[in-house]
Ligand binder design. Structure first.
Ligand code: S3P
Length: 460
């Protein structure tokens, strides 16, 4: 293992050592503490895009100041909005109903959400625009948004190989459509709904399974008519008459998908006790809590009174213990799609087998998360079986440390690997962790905090 260097090295606990682009995580028997995780990624992207489109000045507190969302903020500036950022507060003065033609290519970084949602909005603008991103984003499927947007009357050139970005979008006056989504994807659904917002008439999207509904909630909070009826969502197009809200103040709760790393770590390390404050509790995001409960974790939820709020939130406390393997499939999948790497980690610690099915969408995330997680598990000596739509994880074996895992440039693989390293029997090197900054820049600091909390208990 390399020697410790760099400012994030934690000398006190030795929990995380920095070695260039790698981190070396030292195992620890438990974590403890109270934590506020950073703002929700899905909500931060969406509020920034709509605040920049509308009238007036919006203040967004709890904004996720990570690379992904800051790329979206920069794109908003490139499209004519004024935006300033001060920590987790972002202030945006919108363009008053339509974005301006950008002077340069819009760089969405690593973010599928940024690229797919913004393309939907740009499809309703009368100028061409080009969107690009990093190598991972340029390898992700974009035909899934080309098809509905072209049905609505826009034209999309997919300039990368095999239907990938860069995307050149030629916007138009859009027609409303009814679009049956071929896959359960909140990004594609949101892309069509946002294009529908700028279209004439009523646009309907039919989902195969319910996915996160942040776009629908935000549109309603802005005064747009957007009705959900089972799996059918209809938005009233506003054509040229977008709502003109006065200045708005938004408060973004903590990201449940960031909280999931600590919920998982606490659940699998007996003696752990963690309280996560003000975390988003939208039921379309929290199926991981049901899985944790099934596996045996003790969880308590303290909902905040969010009657007047656009999104439910609250505190979650969890205590660790022995876990049982479980099966995760079907309708649950979209509601914990980003937590599935952590389900695999928990499966490794649980008694018996853990099975993940119906999750083929994992293959088109920032990396192929089925292959990547099985590689990660096998670096710890954990046995698993790859399936086209998921995996089987054999739990209960020793978690072998001393080796290294690669992130494949995927933030969630890096962060899940680091959690599993806490349960290993020797330090583990997590390679290429720069990607963590796309969604959770404070991840290592928070890990060190919770490990330090666990140490204090030991000393007491
Ligand atoms: C997201 C939707 C999901 C999720 C992603 C964020 C969103 O992607 O994995 O992290 O904000 O709409 P898909 O729509 O591709 O499933």
């Amino acid at each position: 293992m390399g020697s410790m260097s760099g400012p994030a090295g934690d000398k006190k606990t030795g929990a995380v050592q920095v070695d260039g682009d790698d981190r070396i995580v030292t195992p620890h028997p438990r974590i403890r503490g109270t934590l506020q995780v950073p703002g929700d990624k899905s909500m931060s992207h969406r509020v920034a895009m709509l605040a920049a489109l509308l009238d007036g000045t919006s203040t967004i507190d709890g904004f996720l100041a990570s690379e992904d969302c800051l790329h979206t903020v920069q794109a908003m500036r490139d499209l004519g909005a004024q935006a300033t950022q001060d920590g987790a507060t972002v202030t945006i003065t919108g363009t008053g109903g339509r974005y301006r033609s950008p002077m340069r290519v819009l760089d969405m970084g690593n973010s599928g959400t940024g690229m797919r949602l913004l393309t939907g909005l740009l499809a309703g603008h009368p100028f061409p625009a080009e969107l690009t991103g990093d190598a991972s984003l340029r390898s992700r499927p974009m035909k899934r948004i080309q098809e509905p947007l072209e049905q609505m009357g826009a034209r999309l050139e997919l300039l990368g190989p095999r239907g990938c970005a860069p995307i050149r979008v030629h916007g138009a006056r859009l027609k409303h459509v009814t679009y049956v989504l071929p896959m359960a994807s909140a990004q594609v659904k949101s892309c069509v709904l946002l294009a529908g917002l700028l279209a004439e008439g009523r646009t309907t999207v039919v989902e195969p399974k319910a996915t996160r509904d942040h776009t629908e909630r935000l549109l309603r909070a802005l005064g747009v008519r957007c009705e959900s009826n089972g799996l059918e969502i209809t938005v009233d197009g506003t054509g040229d008459r977008l709502p003109r809200p006065r200045s708005q103040a938004w408060s973004v709760p903590g990201d449940f998908s960031a909280a999931a790393f600590w919920l998982g770590a606490a659940a699998m390390l007996p003696g752990s006790q963690v309280l996560l404050t003000n975390v988003g509790l939208n039921p379309r995001r929290t199926a991981f809590l049901d899985v944790l409960k099934r596996m045996g974790a003790r969880i308590e939820i303290f909902p905040t009174d969010t009657q007047n709020s656009w999104e439910p939130a609250g505190a979650v406390s969890i205590e660790g213990g022995e876990l049982q393997g479980t099966e995760v499939a079907g309708e649950e999948i979209p509601n914990l799609i980003d937590e599935l790497p952590m389900v695999a980690v928990l499966g490794a610690l649980a008694k018996g087998r853990t099975v993940i099915r119906d999750a083929e969408e994992l293959r088109v995330k920032e990396t192929d998360r089925i292959t990547a997680m099985l590689r990660c598990l096998s670096a710890f000596g954990v046995k698993g079986e790859e399936r086209p739509d998921g995996m089987v994880v054999e739990g209960g074996a020793r978690i072998r440390g001393g080796g290294e895992v690669t992130s494949f440039g995927d933030h969630r693989i890096a962060m899940s690997g680091a959690v599993l390293a806490l349960a290993a029997d020797a330090p583990v090197r997590i390679r290429d962790v720069a990607c963590v900054a796309t969604s959770y820049p404070a991840y290592w600091t928070d890990l060190v905090k919770l490990v330090a909390g666990g140490q204090r208990v030991e000393a007491a």
